[in-house]
Design a binder for this molecule. Structure first.
Ligand code: AGP
Length: 661
């Protein structure tokens, strides 16, 4: 059986008796804990080399977690129905090395997993797939099975010895036993999967195979993502479509509490957990396969930064209807419901939350509706006041962030209307929302969000303008004027990107720092927060963003000789004297020894005497300025991290999609 350091193993038919749980194996220590809650899953059945397809899919999904990786394949012509697997702690490259040394035989069915661990060490033996004691069932899992302890006790009482510390393994044993108890007929494995799924509590995506079913792969999902790819005589499963876009663009959405059977003869069958057949929603993936590759850049993040002019333009494309109205992708809200909105909450996490903070300035300004911005992880626990006339805007690049999903569900329970701004088509958050506006950023692979953020800002602006228009507080020509400004943004972002060489040079001079501050005011304040977040997550430098006016209330004490302070300066055309106040703030920090790094628009010469380093950005209307001022901060963080020799795309301790609370 799989052991640490013994990666590639052959498993043959075991001694499990029909109708019983499999017989016991050798003693192993047992500890509680569950694993794999935000992992990447791939499944394939078809004529191609299954291992190659699965590994390629895992490569694209590795952003979801990189604590360990594993594969299992069903050997094509093995009379005894052998499953063979390999798994290894660490990045996918470790597993690939093992497979290069010990190649697996040809197979036409396979599944794979890349793991992000929460509890339980990221070891070989905790890596997925997990196998039943008789080696006839292999399972990969994303999520947490909350009642696994009771199920494990039940298996152990029946004599099963567990080989890992995971919650997942219990599914392998239950599925093997349930399969034996299921009558021999078409769809037997799916039937067993339904029976097992009904017993599970928590969040799970499961993909499984049984040695006796060489052409059948089954999947199951609850509160965790899984999409189906349909090719010519071949079928795919993936945590998201990037797992299979190199092979097919035809995808099927799986709903909540559904089981899918992929069979080379019978095709795709989707049912609920009881067995009622349901018609899955088909859609075409419009992401380019090449978009998921690095395209010649050293890092996905660099490529994604460079893609921002296109991503912003795509997010604007086709959004205005013939009457000047905003075209939402899916609206299950009437104009009257939107007119009735008397309060808006914007709810999100991390970078998406920072986008929400900027949205507040724009939406309140254009609609005069009060907007509150909330961290999704705090929202439902503080019992917010919501009712039918509350609009909750949830923002999520991945559409799978568990904190945001739970906030969304809480909002719906309170009868509020929910509008999602999301990048991943078919993901859970837009599916459960009343209306959806997709950002057309394309796949964002780097853990640090860049084009996701800029397109979220554009989507927020569009939502604000749409609401203003529906409620009649803005004339159509006013909306058009802002939309015309929005249309100039791709060129403005491109212009910023063309001047990034001095920023890269600046970054190299900052690589040895251990703290940095970011200051901004008005919409520049959330930009400061975003700049600090990027630097923390990528370069592991302690960084804080502050509202510049707050400086004198405490933070200024941390400024020391040489402390780098990045200041996002608002346009001199900003209402009131905000610009002048920020210029004063630069002087204050400089007087205390700070090294001032100033981001200011072209023509703003007031900053010249106080800027040790000056980064120019094109003149942009005040509310839209974050779309350009954020870009140098992304480049700065990326380049500092690269200079420090860090993994820019996969920073330590992080994962792209945080599907646990
Ligand atoms: C961004 O750089 C971060 N990695 C992270 O804060 C992210 O924005 C957050 O986890 C929310 O993700 P989502 O947009 O997919 O919901």
């Amino acid at each position: 059986m799989p052991q640490p350091g013994n990666a590639a193993q052959r498993v043959t038919k075991g001694d499990g008796e029909p109708g019983s749980l499999p017989a016991s194996r050798t003693d192993r220590s047992i500890s509680t804990g569950s694993v794999g809650p935000m992992c990447g899953i791939v499944g394939y059945v078809g004529p191609q080399d299954a291992l190659a397809v699965v590994l390629e899919g895992l490569r694209r999904l590795e952003y979801r977690g990189y604590d360990s990786a594993g594969v299992a394949v069903r050997v094509a012509d093995a009379a005894d129905g052998a499953l063979i697997w390999a798994k290894k702690a660490g990045k996918l490259a470790n597993l690939e090395k093992v497979l290069a040394e010990q190649p697996l035989p040809a197979a036409t069915l396979g599944l794979g997993h890349t793991r992000w661990a929460t509890h339980g060490a990221p070891t070989d033996r905790n890596a997925h797939p997990h196998l039943s004691a008789d080696g006839r069932v292999a399972v990969v899992h994303n999520g947490i099975i909350e009642n696994f302890a009771a199920l494990r006790a039940e298996c152990e009482a029946a004599g099963v010895e567990f080989a890992s510390e995971t919650d997942t393994e219990v599914v392998a044993h239950l599925l093997a036993a349930t399969y034996e108890q299921t009558p021999r007929r078409e769809g037997r494995l799916a039937e067993a999967m339904r029976a097992v799924s009904r017993r599970l509590e928590g969040a799970f995506t499961l993909v499984a195979t049984h040695a006796a079913e060489p052409d059948t792969l089954v999947g199951s999902r609850r509160n965790s993502p899984l999409v189906v790819g349909v090719g010519e005589g071949e079928y795919f499963l993936g945590s998201d479509v990037s797992a299979f876009i190199a092979h097919t663009r035809n995808a099927l959405e799986l709903g909540q509490d559904q089981v899918v059977e992929l069979d080379r003869t019978r095709g795709v069958t989707v049912t609920d957990f009881v067995g009622t057949v349901v018609q899955p929603k088909a859609y075409t993936v419009d992401w380019d396969a090449a978009a998921a590759e690095k395209g010649g850049y050293d890092w996905f993040m660099l490529k994604e930064i460079a893609e921002q002019p296109r991503a912003v333009a795509d997010t604007l494309l086709g959004r205005l209807g013939p009457r000047g109205e905003l075209v939402l992708d899916e609206v299950r809200l009437s104009d009257q419901e939107l007119r009735d909105v008397d309060k808006i909450f914007v709810v999100a996490c991390g970078t998406a939350y920072n986008a929400g903070l900027i949205a507040k300035y724009a939406i309140e300004h254009w609609t005069r509706i009060p907007v509150e911005v909330e961290l999704a992880s705090e929202f439902r626990y503080r019992d917010p006041v919501l009712d039918r006339s509350t609009l909750v805007v949830v923002i999520s690049q991945s559409g799978e962030t568990m904190d945001t999903l739970m906030a969304l569900r809480h909002a719906k329970d309170q009868k509020a209307r929910v509008l999602a701004i999301c990048n991943a088509n078919g993901s859970t958050i837009p599916r459960e929302s009343d209306a959806v506006l997709y950002t057309h950023a394309g796949p964002e692979v780097a853990v640090a969000s860049t084009k996701g953020f800029l397109t979220q800002l554009v989507a927020c602006y569009l939502v604000g303008l749409f609401l203003a228009q529906v409620r009649g507080v803005t004339f159509e020509d006013e909306v058009y004027a802002v939309v015309a400004d929005l249309r100039r943004l791709p060129d403005a972002v491109a212009a910023v990107l063309e001047r990034m060489d001095p920023v890269r040079e600046l970054a190299r001079s900052l690589a040895g720092e251990d703290k940095m501050l970011f200051l901004g005011r008005h919409v520049g304040y959330p930009v400061a927060l975003e700049g600090a977040l990027k630097l923390k997550e990528l370069a592991y430098i302690h960084a804080e963003g502050f509202a510049a006016g707050e400086l004198k209330h405490g933070p200024i004490a941390v400024i020391d000789h040489g402390t780098p302070v990045v200041v996002i300066v608002p346009s001199p055309r900003t209402r009131g004297s905000v610009h002048g106040k920020v210029v004063s703030n630069i002087q204050e920090v400089r007087a205390r020894g700070a090294r001032t790094i100033v981001i200011a628009e072209e023509g703003d010469d007031d900053v010249l005497p106080y800027a040790d380093d000056l980064i120019r950005v094109p003149r942009t209307p005040t509310l839209l300025a974050p779309v350009v001022t954020t870009v140098p901060l992304q480049v700065l963080a990326c380049e500092i991290a690269a200079t420090r020799g860090l993994d820019v795309d996969q920073p330590r301790n992080l994962a792209k999609s945080v599907t646990v609370e």
